[in-house]
Design a protein around this ligand. Structure first.
Ligand SMILES: Cc1cc2nc3c(=O)[nH]c(=O)nc-3n(C[C@H](O)[C@H](O)[C@H](O)COP(=O)(O)O)c2cc1C
Length: 365
């Protein structure tokens, strides 16, 4: 309908209508910002947040459904395993902790380990942590009931999961370890600075295929980025098929003039089905961006350059991208990332960085 009207009306009329709408909206701002009630009313009329509202609700629905039939990953099990690990490293460690959520955890564990899809690493992490928890947990009515549920579910699994550990811990088990066990790093501040300076937003690329295995390597270490309760609510969707990559790039407004030369694209998408509550709705953007940053730096060390591409909340763009890439309805694009081998003669904007005093303030006193 909108498209049809746009085609029908002269540009000057469309521009007039747009300006008038903006003017009306601005005239309501002084009142609308004054209270939550007025703000909500404002956004009932002006629907800028409606897409996000719906996606958050779809995410919450999918969260509850995902607990009925657990797939490759389980947000609740990941969160609660993480909470148990925090209890295990607490100083002083209490002999009884996690009573508020231990039954929920073992009930979820029981269902999760039955799933043929659940990732073995996720199963091992939950098992190793729960083994450790029940080794030290004092006996109360709650912990004993949970212990019973756990024992029943645990019996059906191997004593030890033969999986390598990426972090240092005894017997390659996935459970808390001490800081002194971490490997030292010989990367100096200056070397890191050099890498940070080397990573610039690159918009001009060689016409050269980006190998999938390099992106896989980079994604693998990018996933060491922190994420709230270790839920990692994001996916990297990689496309090195030129035509499709350009189509993805063109869904965003910020690629005008250079979309055609982009050899590969990564869509960083956030998964709102990781959360039962609205309060966590921003985490997909925070966790997704932290991982994206690590991805960019990792790619840089592999000789690949990147350019983040903005994904503002624009209905039309949302519709466009969902035609090009398959997204679940509770998945949201966090940002796009162009990736490729830089054209050596391509220009790089200077992009002056803000002075230290503008970004760092000592608030100790
Ligand atoms: C979230 C985000 C969105 C961005 N969107 C675009 C974009 O749409 N188009 C573009 O050319 N550059 C985009 N950039 C790149 C920025 O312009 C660039 O990071 C900034 O100017 C600093 O330059 P540097 O990355 O070389 O340090 C984006 C960067 C970020 C972090």
């Amino acid at each position: 309908m909108k498209k049809f009207i746009k085609k029908l009306l002269p540009k000057s009329v469309i521009s007039f209508i747009r300006k008038s709408i903006t003017h009306v909206k601005l005239s309501f701002l002084p009142l609308a910002h004054k209270s939550r009630f007025f703000s909500s009313f404002y956004y009932l009329i002006s629907n800028e947040f409606s897409n996000e509202h719906q996606a958050v609700l779809k995410g919450r629905k999918a969260y509850h459904e995902s607990l009925k039939e657990i797939g490759e990953t389980c947000a609740l099990l990941r969160r609660n395993t993480h909470r148990l690990e925090k209890g295990l490293i607490m100083r002083p460690r209490r002999s009884v902790f996690a009573e508020g959520f231990i039954q929920e955890t073992v009930d979820c564990y029981k269902d999760a380990v039955k799933s043929k899809l659940l990732a073995e690493t996720e199963k091992k992490w939950a098992t190793d942590v729960l083994d450790e928890y029940f080794k030290i947990a004092g006996a109360t009515a709650i912990t004993e009931q949970a212990r019973k549920t756990y024992k029943e579910a645990r019996q059906k699994l191997p004593d030890v999961f033969e999986l390598a550990a990426e972090f240092p811990s005894e017997d390659a088990s996935y459970k808390p370890y001490s800081h002194e066990q971490l490997p030292n790093t010989d990367i100096s501040f200056d070397e890191l600075k050099q890498l940070f300076i080397r990573r610039r937003s690159v918009r001009w690329y060689q016409d050269k295929k980006v190998p999938l295995d390099l992106v896989q390597q980079a994604a693998n270490i990018a996933s060491f980025a922190p994420s709230a309760c270790n839920r990692q609510p994001y996916r990297f969707l990689f496309c090195n098929e030129k035509e499709k990559a350009v189509a993805i790039a063109k869904c965003a407004g910020g690629t005008t003039g250079f979309a055609e030369n982009l050899p590969a694209m990564i869509a960083i998408v956030g998964d709102l089905s990781a959360y039962p509550y609205e309060r966590d709705r921003h985490l997909i953007y925070i966790d997704g961006s932290l991982a994206a940053m690590q991805l960019m730096l990792a790619l840089e060390t592999l000789g690949l350059s990147t350019c983040s591409i903005n994904w503002p909340e624009v209905d039309a763009n949302e519709r466009k991208i969902r035609k090009v890439i398959k997204l679940k309805d509770y998945e949201r694009v966090v940002m796009l990332l162009a990736v490729g081998y830089a054209d050596a003669s391509g220009g790089i904007p200077y992009s002056q960085k803000k002075a230290n005093q503008l970004i760092l303030e000592d608030i100790s006193q």
